[in-house]
Write a protein that binds this ligand. Structure first.
Ligand SMILES: NC(=O)CC[C@H](N)C(=O)O
Length: 375
């Protein structure tokens, strides 16, 4: 039998223990049970729906630093992929009252249906500081087990994000899928899907690109045989350095077609060009990350979600640093002009403020559009 105080509004107590043994208590607002994952914090003030459905968050327990989550519900069409991808969701306060005219269900209902734990009432500030001070850590959450030692052991038994290939199975695509341009077709590109955010395809298609999406596991011949005007490399979960096969598959395309990569795609391009990647102490997750564009010295406010990065000292000759994080100096963009390849570590166009990095999509489409379509 349950003892008094173990439930609130019909929900269970939940305990999170990090690999260093620190303990955080909360209440489940969705789901019951146990889950392990790397705990990361995101500073986005809006966009929880896009965040939890972003496949790059696979394997991660996502903590929102914004103190109130849930108030605009879930809006059909705003999801980045079909499924909830985050391993669990941690918030300070969850509100079940969602008032956006377009919302059709609550965040809690969505998580419940997906079988993903949602925990509220956690000291998200203390937890964020812990991660910021000690680095990204694995954590284990349970609504059934309360013993911190048991939970810490389980956190430590979970595989580290370093070396984890989550992208080979990151795509929902079973086979190549053609997505027509919105409006007049200007170019045809192949997109390698390692766990893509759907909004990226919308950005490409709305600029006149017909997109042939292929699973990230596509063979090099399949990529080039379709004779694309350009090649796009998507975002995706896990450690890029675990993806030798994907890196080797895109090498033959370099120099043959213009290549543009985002997030994991940026890291894979870097690896294919001979750079190294590393795990950052704690990642960049949020919609307010300032980046200096080294080509024009402007600052762009960008939307980011990455725990790995390209190592600046590993950039070989011919590869240029184009974008750098304003705060911590992380490489956020590179280019290899001789090979017509470039990439950034963030999602152009999904920033909350001025659309100040959409030029990256524009530039890609401009570069790969062979000619204006006649008739
Ligand atoms: N957004 C992404 O594609 C993330 C890339 C990679 N999984 C990282 O964490 O750095």
């Amino acid at each position: 039998m349950e003892h008094a105080g173990s439930r609130r509004q019909g929900r269970s107590r939940a305990t999170l223990v990090l690999e260093d043994g620190s303990v955080f208590e909360g209440w489940s607002f969705a789901g019951d049970g146990e889950v392990a994952g790397e705990v990361v914090f995101t500073t986005s003030m809006v966009g929880y729906q896009e965040t939890i459905t972003d496949p790059s968050y696979r394997g991660q327990i996502v903590l929102f630093t914004y103190p109130l989550i849930g108030n605009y519900g879930m809006i059909p069409g705003d999801e980045e992929s079909r499924d909830v991808q985050a391993a669990a969701v941690l918030v300070r306060e969850y509100t079940p009252y969602h008032s956006n005219w377009a919302s059709e269900k609550s965040l809690a209902a969505t998580l419940d249906e997906a079988g993903v734990l949602g925990i509220e009432g956690m000291d998200t500030r203390a937890l964020t500081r812990r991660i910021r001070d000690r680095g990204a850590m694995r954590g284990f959450i349970s609504t059934v087990e309360r013993d911190p030692n048991v939970l810490q052991e389980k956190a430590n038994a979970h595989p580290s994000m370093v070396g984890r290939d989550l992208a080979s199975s990151g795509s929902d695509l079973a086979e190549p899928t053609l997505m027509p341009a919105f409006g007049e077709e200007r170019c045809r590109i192949v997109a390698l899907d390692y766990g893509v955010k759907g909004s990226i395809y919308k950005e490409l298609r709305s600029r006149g690109a017909t997109v042939l999406a292929m699973p990230g596991s596509a063979e090099p011949e399949a990529i080039l045989d379709s004779n694309p005007d350009g090649l796009f490399l998507s975002n995706g979960p896990g450690d890029p350095a675990a993806l030798d096969r994907a890196v080797n598959a895109l090498r033959p395309a370099l120099g043959e077609v213009p290549v543009f990569g985002i997030c994991l795609g940026h890291q894979l391009l870097g690896l294919a060009l001979g750079c190294q990647t590393y795990k950052m102490p704690f990642g960049h997750h949020g919609a307010n990350h300032p980046v200096r564009n080294l080509e024009n010295n402007r600052i762009e406010i960008t939307s980011q979600n990455h725990g790995f990065a390209v190592l600046e000292s590993s950039l070989p000759e011919g590869v240029e640093l184009t974008h750098r994080n304003l705060y911590d100096g992380t490489v956020e963009g590179i280019s290899a002009p001789g090979l017509r390849a470039w990439s950034v570590q963030y999602h152009p166009e999904s920033s909350p403020g001025p659309r100040d990095s959409g030029y990256l999509f524009d530039g890609f489409i401009e570069t790969v559009s062979p000619k204006a379509v006649v008739g």
